[in-house]
Design a protein around this ligand. Structure first.
Ligand code: FES
Length: 116
């Protein structure tokens, strides 16, 4: 069973924790049922996606530094390099072309990034 996103209002991080055009990965819950979240930042907006590649079901990267980002445009899976739209999570190139990463609604308030 897929882990569920944390409830609305859950603090993810501070907006300043993510560079503009950058991304970070977060984990919530117990290890056996953790929810993995990818957050991408464009200015004061953050895009959230379930961090699970539709191809093999693995996280897009092992560490934040390994995220493959084309700032504000696209991001790639680290395993076989499927490419996803920054604002849509839609895969337009690679082994899961046509699939879309589930969106996790986020909001930014007073410099805090939260689950919406
Ligand atoms: S596991 Fe992501 S592209 Fe293959």
């Amino acid at each position: 069973m897929a882990a569920e996103a944390p409830p609305a209002g859950t603090l993810v991080c501070r907006l300043a924790d993510i560079a503009d055009g950058g991304g970070r990965m977060f984990r919530f819950g117990a290890p056996e049922a953790e929810f993995r979240l990818l957050v991408l930042r464009s200015g004061d907006t953050c895009y959230g996606y379930v961090n699970r590649c539709p191809h093999f079901g693995v996280p897009l990267a092992a560490r934040d530094e390994q995220l493959i980002l084309d700032a504000h445009r696209s991001f790639r899976c680290n395993t076989h390099y499927a490419r996803f739209g920054w604002q849509t999570g839609h895969c337009d190139f690679g082994d899961c072309a046509g699939e879309t990463l589930p969106r996790v609604a986020l909001k930014v308030e007073s410099g805090a990034v939260m689950i919406d």
